[in-house]
Ligand binder design. Structure first.
Ligand code: ZN
Length: 334
């Protein structure tokens, strides 16, 4: 996929093009930004551009080198992803040995490290040595959601490019081109993808809708029986393979973000939950829900949602974390 097929990242691509054309390529790039916005695709497109046999301004996407890169079949190109939870030391050693060999066909060997935040400590140290003394014919592209997830020593040796969230218009365009979903569902998905294109969510659309409908009942009727039902459901969502708890946190984030907008009197067409399923509006439910909270409490719940997600990432007990968030919400509302 050449640069021209990547939408919404003109800024990043501009910087990369400049570096190539001025022959100012650093030995390591660090691409950061939220998931599913095109960081990996851009890294592949850069590898193509550097090796393409036909294209001039951009890779052609069709020559044997371009195709081999996409298929991860090109001798001077490797993609490293975590094996399990971490990128292991053996993986890194093997990859770094490969990287230091002289290129077979290309001018530079390109290695993409996707999920660089999963470098274990030992692996990060081994990697750091390569960054300190890079071989002349190598290019590394590290991909992570945020530079804060990586050791400062690694970040400072890379040239960072921050990728931007996608506009709703662009994520709708990408979903139109890559899925068979109806217009309404595409609108729903892009509203809830929060600046990215989450195709996994497309598969989970029905589960997502169930989670949202259930949560809206909780958020508009705070009663003793809601509380009981809420805690029971949270527990089963946390145990379920479908990971509904994750969709719940995503949804709560959009809900409380919308409540903030409502309380500030901002235009309704900007609400994420304005329209779902062909005209069925959630604005009434949002107004109803807003009656339970003061502005300060909404901000507080919003940050509790972020904290809950982070705690779970750091291995906190999922059920306990989600239930305590919901309890907190309930306590404020009644
Ligand atoms: Zn090509």
């Amino acid at each position: 996929m050449p640069f021209r097929d990547i939408y919404g990242q003109e800024h990043a691509i501009g910087l990369l093009n400049q570096a190539v054309h001025r022959d100012r390529m650093p030995h390591a790039w660090l691409f950061t930004g939220q998931a599913n916005i095109g960081k990996y695709k851009t890294a592949v497109a850069l590898a193509q551009k550097l090796n393409c046999r036909k294209g001039e301004k951009d890779a052609c996407g069709e020559c044997d080198y371009c195709l081999q890169i996409v298929e991860q079949n090109f001798l001077d190109y490797q993609v490293l992803i975590p094996d399990g939870k971490f990128i292991k030391i053996d993986q890194i050693r093997k990859a770094l040995n490969w990287l230091h060999l002289h290129p077979d066909q290309a001018k530079k060997r390109v290695m993409i490290l996707d999920g660089a935040q999963h470098l274990g400590r030992e692996a990060a140290n081994a990697f750091l040595k390569t960054l300190e003394e890079p071989a002349p014919h190598t290019l590394l592209i590290l991909i992570a959601e945020s530079s804060q997830q990586l050791p400062e020593t690694i970040v400072s040796r890379c040239q960072q490019i921050r990728f931007r969230p996608l506009s709703e218009e662009i994520s709708e365009r990408i979903l139109r081109q890559t899925t068979d979903l109806t217009k309404e569902r595409i609108q729903l998905l892009s509203a809830f993808s929060m600046g990215s294109v989450n195709r996994n969510l497309a598969v989970r659309l029905e589960i997502m809708e169930t989670v949202q409908k259930t949560a809206i009942v909780w958020l508009t009727t705070f009663s003793a029986s809601t509380l009981e039902e809420m805690l029971r459901t949270c527990e089963s969502w946390c145990k379920s393979k479908n990971e509904e708890w994750c969709l719940l946190l995503d949804f709560l984030e959009t809900w409380f973000r919308d409540l903030t907008w409502l309380l500030h009197g901002l235009p309704e067409e900007k609400l994420i939950n304005r329209n779902v399923n062909a005209g069925e509006s959630r604005i009434k439910a949002l107004r109803n829900s807003a009656g339970y909270f003061k502005q300060k409490q909404i901000y507080e719940i919003f940050s509790r949602i972020v904290q809950t997600r982070r705690a779970i990432e750091l291995n906190a007990n999922k059920s306990l974390a989600v239930e305590s968030l919901c309890l907190h919400m309930y306590r404020i509302a009644v």
